[in-house]
Every structure is written in structure tokens, then in C-alpha cells.
Design a protein around this ligand. Structure first.
Ligand SMILES: Cc1cc2nc3c(=O)[nH]c(=O)nc-3n(C[C@H](O)[C@H](O)[C@H](O)COP(=O)(O)OP(=O)(O)OC[C@H]3O[C@@H](n4cnc5c(N)ncnc54)[C@H](O)[C@@H]3O)c2cc1C
Length: 298
């Protein structure tokens, strides 16, 4: 679905960095949209007490995050509670594909996707696109009548498992997100109290080694808090796992900015909020420069 709207700025990630970027872009009268939102479980929510955010000594992470959200709601900034799977260029704009298959368009993108608490698995990087995937909606149909494994760190993988179970021969569901979940089909084998260790395969995935066993599998779908940044925008420059930016929060791609934990340490709320603002203001300057250099209006 693409309703034809072209946003000035698409913010990917609804944590402190993303919400700060959105508020600043809105104040500068740009048409902005946020992806991720509360479904993304931003990290600040996990902090029982944030003592180092100026002006709010002793506030809980949850309360602080609610204040950030209320600010965004007050400005009526649209928030889509879906993760963005892929971003690509299209006719001088960017197309963003969300996990439910919807398409959105924007002139600028601000990546504020945070970092994942879970490291990449051994063998994962080598086999991305060759059996390792982060999106069942996109790649699942390739595994008709095959065996796949879902590694779920966030709970998002449960719904995808039901989808995969409709056409895969067997689905292993390795749940690390907490309470057990129930599945519709009986071709799903739920594995709890175990951990993935290594993905193996020469050209394509053949197996997943866990702490307790080895699962023969043709595909592996992984759900973490965030995807590796280079997976979302192919060609994005990444250094030691972080998106490479300059002091203007520009990545090497014109119109693409990054802010917050995803650009590097320290992983802190104040740094994220500041970088979100910097990214938004520089994106606004970029949009204004495009308008000035564009075809003259009649
Ligand atoms: C237990 C704990 C305690 C902490 N305590 C403190 C503290 O006391 N003080 C302090 O300053 N900092 C603290 N931090 C760190 C702080 O929470 C982070 O630095 C801050 O939340 C980073 O903000 P962010 O917006 O960059 O990323 P995040 O808060 O991680 O938000 C990023 C969001 O983007 C979403 N996302 C990822 N990929 C996509 C995608 N493709 N599409 C859409 N959405 C996506 C994620 O799901 C997430 O919701 C703590 C962190 C933890 C875990």
C-alpha cells in the first residue's frame, strides 16, 4: 500500500533519538512520520531510574519515555507501530517498506534504530541473504515445504511463525522473549530454555547449532530489537557495528541521517536526544537547499 503521500522526513525508530528528531522536524514545519513507536520497546523503558537526564532527577525510564511520547502526540505527529524492513531510493525520494508490507515515501530519512542487546551469531553475517533473513513476509515464501527456524528475541517472531507454518514443512521456534506462546499449527516445534550458538552452511544455511542440540534447517529468521543497519539500507557505511556519521549526523548517503545509540557510544538518553535534534535540523537544511536549487516555481 502506498497512499501517494511523500513525507519530508521519515524517522525510523521511536526511541529518544527518533522522537527528538520528529519533534524538531515538526517545529521546523516539516511533514514528518515516525516508524517503530511503542511496539519497538525502546531501551529507556527498561531503566528503573534515570538519574542523569537534565531536569528530571530520579525519574523512571518508563515515565521519561511517556513524557517524550506525550510531546509527540501533542504535536499530532503520525507514528506507525511497525518496523521498517528496507529502504531504497526511488526518483529522488526514498521508499520505506514496513514489516506488514506497506510502502511509505520520504525525501529524507533519519535512522534512530538503537542497538541490539544481542550480538550477531557466529556464521550469521556470512549467510545473510543465503538462508538468514530478518523478514518472513519478504523471504518466507522461498521456503515452501522446507524446514525453517525462527529465533525470537523480542516476541515479534511469534506472529511470523504462524505465517511460516502455513507453507513450510516444519518450523522450529526458539523463543527467548519470555513467556511461552501457542501456535495454531502442529508443525511448529517450540524450543525454550535453549540458546542459538552458530549458524552453519557453506553456500546456504544447513543447520543451527544451539547450546543443547543441532537443528537441520534450510532457513533462519531472526527477530531482534533492531536489524543490522546495512540490512535496512544496502550500501550504508557501517563501522564496528555502528552507522558512520559526521558531526552533522549525515551518513555517506545524501538525505540519510542517523542519531542515537545506532551511531556509537555513549549509549545514553541525552546523547540520543541531542543527536536526534542535530539530525533533524540538518535534514531540514538539506530539504531547504533542495527547494532552493529545484526548478523555479511558476
Ligand atoms: C537497563 C537500561 C538502563 C539504562 N539507563 C540509562 C540511564 O540511566 N541514563 C541514560 O542516559 N541512558 C540509559 N540507558 C540507555 C538509553 O536507554 C539509550 O541510550 C537510549 O534509549 C537510546 O535511544 P535511541 O533512540 O538511540 O535507541 P532506542 O531507545 O534503542 O530506540 C530505538 C527504537 O527503534 C526501534 N527500531 C529498531 N529498528 C527499527 C526499524 N527497522 N524500524 C522501526 N523501528 C526500529 C527499536 O525497536 C527501538 O524501539 C539505559 C539502557 C538500558 C538498557
Amino acid at each position: 500500500m502506498d497512499d501517494g503521500t511523500v513525507y519530508d522526513i521519515c524517522v525510523v525508530g521511536g526511541g529518544p533519538a527518533g522522537l527528538s528528531a520528529a519533534v524538531n522536524a515538526h517545529v521546523r514545519r516539516k511533514k514528518v512520520i515516525v516508524f517503530g513507536g511503542r511496539t519497538g520497546r525502546p531501551k529507556v523503558n527498561l531503566s528503573p531510574k534515570v538519574d542523569n537526564y537534565l531536569g528530571f532527577p530520579g525519574i523512571s525510564g518508563n515515565e521519561l519515555y511517556e513524557k517524550f511520547n506525550r510531546h509527540v502526540e501533542e504535536f499530532k505527529i503520525p507514528v506507525v507501530h511497525q518496523k521498517i524492513q528496507n529502504i531504497g531510493p526511488l526518483d529522488g525520494t526514498f521508499t520505506l517498506l514496513s514489516r506488514d508490507g506497506s510502502l511509505y515515501r520520504g525525501k529524507c530519512v533519519i535512522l534512530a534504530t538503537g542497538v541490539t542487546a544481542h550480538n550477531l551469531l557466529a556464521g550469521e553475517e556470512k549467510l545473510v541473504g543465503r538462508g538468514v533473513s530478518y523478514c518472513a513476509t519478504c523471504d518466507g515464501p522461498l521456503y515452501q515445504n522446507k524446514t525453517v527456524t525462527v529465533i525470537d528475541y523480542t516476541g515479534e517472531g511469534a506472529e511470523e511463525t504462524n505465517f511460516l507454518a502455513e507453507f513450510c514443512r516444519k518450523v522450529y521456534y526458539l523463543g527467548m522473549a519470555g513467556p511461552a506462546v501457542e501456535f495454531i499449527k502442529d508443525n511448529v516445534e517450540v524450543i525454550l530454555n535453549d540458546r542459538p550458538v552458530e549458524i552453519s552452511g557453506d553456500d546456504t544455511v544447513t543447520a543451527l547449532k544451539t547450546r543443547n542440540r543441532t537443528l537441520e534447517t534450510d532457513g533462519i529468521f531472526i527477530y531482534r530489537e533492531t536489524y543490522p543497519p546495512g540490512e535496512i539500507i544496502p550500501g550504508l557505511e557501517v563501522e564496528e557495528g555502528y552507522i558512520k556519521v559526521n558531526r552533522r549526523m549525515e551518513t555517506g548517503m545524501p538525505g540519510v541521517y542517523a542519531a542515537g545509540d545506532c551511531t556509537g557510544k555513549p549509549h545514553q538518553v541525552a546523547k540520543s536526544v541531542g543527536e536526534g535534534q542535530t539530525a533533524a535540523l540538518n535534514a531540514v537544511a538539506y530539504l531547504d537547499s533542495l527547494e532552493l536549487s529545484g526548478p523555479s516555481k511558476p
